[in-house]
Design a protein around this ligand. Sequence first.
Ligand SMILES: NC(=O)c1ccc[n+]([C@@H]2O[C@H](COP(=O)([O-])OP(=O)(O)OC[C@H]3O[C@@H](n4cnc5c(N)ncnc54)[C@H](O)[C@@H]3O)[C@@H](O)[C@H]2O)c1
Ligand SMILES: O=c1ccn([C@@H]2O[C@H](COP(=O)(O)OP(=O)(O)O[C@H]3O[C@H](CO)[C@@H](O)[C@H](O)[C@H]3O)[C@@H](O)[C@H]2O)c(=O)[nH]1
Length: 443
Amino acid sequence: MNISVIGTGYVGLVTGVCLAEIGHQVTCIDINEEKVALLRQGIPPIYEDGLEELLHRNNTNGRLHFTISYEEALQNSQIVYITVGSPPKQDGSADLRFVDAVCRSLAQHLRQDTIIVTKSTVPVGTNEHIKQTIVNNLIENVTIDVVSNPEFLRQGNAIYDTFNGERIVIGADNPGALDIIERINQPFDIPIVRTDLRSAEMIKYASNAFLATKISFINEMANLSEKVGANIDDVSYAMGLDKRIGKDFLQAGIGYGGSCFPKDTHALLSIGRKSNYYMPIIESVIHVNQNQSKYFVEKMIQRLGDVTGKTIALLGLAFKPNTDDMRGAPSITVVKELLKKGANIKAFDPIASENAKKVLPAQIDLTASIQEAISGADCAVILTDWKEIKEYKVRDYKKHLSNPIIFDGRNCFTREEMQEHNIEYHSVGRQVVNGKDVTHHLL
Ligand SMILES: NC(=O)c1ccc[n+]([C@@H]2O[C@H](COP(=O)([O-])OP(=O)(O)OC[C@H]3O[C@@H](n4cnc5c(N)ncnc54)[C@H](O)[C@@H]3O)[C@@H](O)[C@H]2O)c1
Ligand SMILES: O=c1ccn([C@@H]2O[C@H](COP(=O)(O)OP(=O)(O)O[C@H]3O[C@H](CO)[C@@H](O)[C@H](O)[C@H]3O)[C@@H](O)[C@H]2O)c(=O)[nH]1
C-alpha cells in the first residue's frame, strides 16, 4: 500500500518506520524542515530504542521517504495517517488547531479516493469533524472515509510496542474502510478490535484515564502507608497478584508525567463538561497527581529545613526512563519548588539534558555524570528510574555526597541496602531508613 503519514513526532515517525518495515511504501510529511532534513539523513530527532536502525534500513531500501510537501506525498497515497499533536488549551480541552490545519492541507491536495486514519488522540466526535472539514474544502471530486486508530505506544518502548501491542483498535462507520485498515495492520499479528468511530475515540481516553487512576490510587495508598507504618512495595505486590487488579501501573512514585496522561485526563474532564457530565474520579486522579510531586518536596523541606544555599543533586529529569522527553515531567515541579525555596541545584539525566535546558531555569547546573551531580551535594534526589541511576553503587552515594541522605521518588533501592551502607533514605510509601519520619507534619 502507498501510505502517507502526517507528522513525524513520536507517534508519526514510529508509525511511518514500522509501516515501512512491514512492507508498505511510506511517505512522512512534516512542516518542520529541520526534522525532515535530519530524517532524510537517517538521523532520528528523538531518542527511541531501535528507531535509528529501522529508519536507516527503510530509508536505504527505498520504502520510506520524508518531505515537507503535501503535494509530493499525496500523489500516490490511498491512505493518510494523521499523527499531529493535540496539546491542551488553557481550559484543559484538546487544541485541535494542528488537526484542523492538516485537514485544510489535505483538502487542497487529495487527488484520489482516500482513507484518513486518525492516530492523534482526539475528543469523541472529532473524526466526524475531520471528515466534514476535509469534504467542505475539497477541490477535487473524491471520496473520503475516516478511521479512528488510536495509538497506545509508550515512549521509550515505542518500537517494541508497535510490534508487540496487546490490541489495535480501529473504528469507522464504513466496514469497507475498516477492512482495508485491518489488512494494512495484519502483518503486526496483534488482535484487532473493530468498532465505531466514537467508541474508538473513547477507548483511547478511557484507557489512559484508567492507567492514570491506577497510579494516583497507588500513590494515595503509598502516602498513607508512610503514615501508618506499612510498606507500599509489599502492598502493591500483593494487590497485583490478584488478576482482577493486575500488577502493572502500581508503582508508587512522584506522580505520572509525560505528554499523554496529564493532557488526556484534563481533556476527558473537558469532554465530560461539554457533555454536561461531572467526572469526580478523573478530577481526583488529577488532583492526587498534582499534589504528589509537591508532597515529595515538602518531605524534603521538613527534613532539610531551610534549603537556602544548600546544594541538591537531582538524578533523572525525563518524565520516565528511556526517553529524552521532558513534557509534563515531575522534575519540572520539583525544580521550581526547590528554586523557590532558595536551593542550588545540580542535575543529571543520561539523555534528556538537552531538552531539559529548554524547559528548566538556566541557573540549574546540568552535569555529565551522576558522580559530578552528587559530589559535595547536601542530598541526592532520584526523580527518574533510569537503569544507570538504579545501578549506581550505593557505597558511591555515601562516598561522594557531603551528607549521606537520599530522597528516592521512584523506590529504586531496597531499604536493606541503605541500612547496610548507613545512608539516610527517604522513599515513597516506605518507612525512613536511618532517620526520622517527617510525614506526620504533612497533610
Ligand atoms: N507521544 C506519545 O507517546 C503518544 C502516544 C499515543 C498517542 N499520542 C498522541 O499522538 C499525537 C501526536 O503526539 P506526538 O507525541 O507524536 O506529537 P509531537 O509533537 O511529537 O509530533 C507532532 C508532529 O507533527 C508535526 N506537525 C504539526 N502540524 C503539522 C502539519 N500541519 N503538517 C505536518 N506536520 C505537522 C510537528 O512538526 C511534529 O513533528 C497526539 O495527539 C498525542 O496525544 C502520543
Ligand atoms: O506504575 C507506574 C507506571 C507509570 N508511572 C508514571 O506514569 C507516567 C507515564 O508512563 P507510561 O505510561 O509508561 O508512559 P507514556 O509514554 O506516557 O505512555 C502512556 O501514554 C501514551 C500516550 O497516550 C499511551 O499511548 C500509553 O499506552 C500510555 O502508557 C510516567 O511518568 C511514569 O513514571 C508511574 O508513576 N507508576
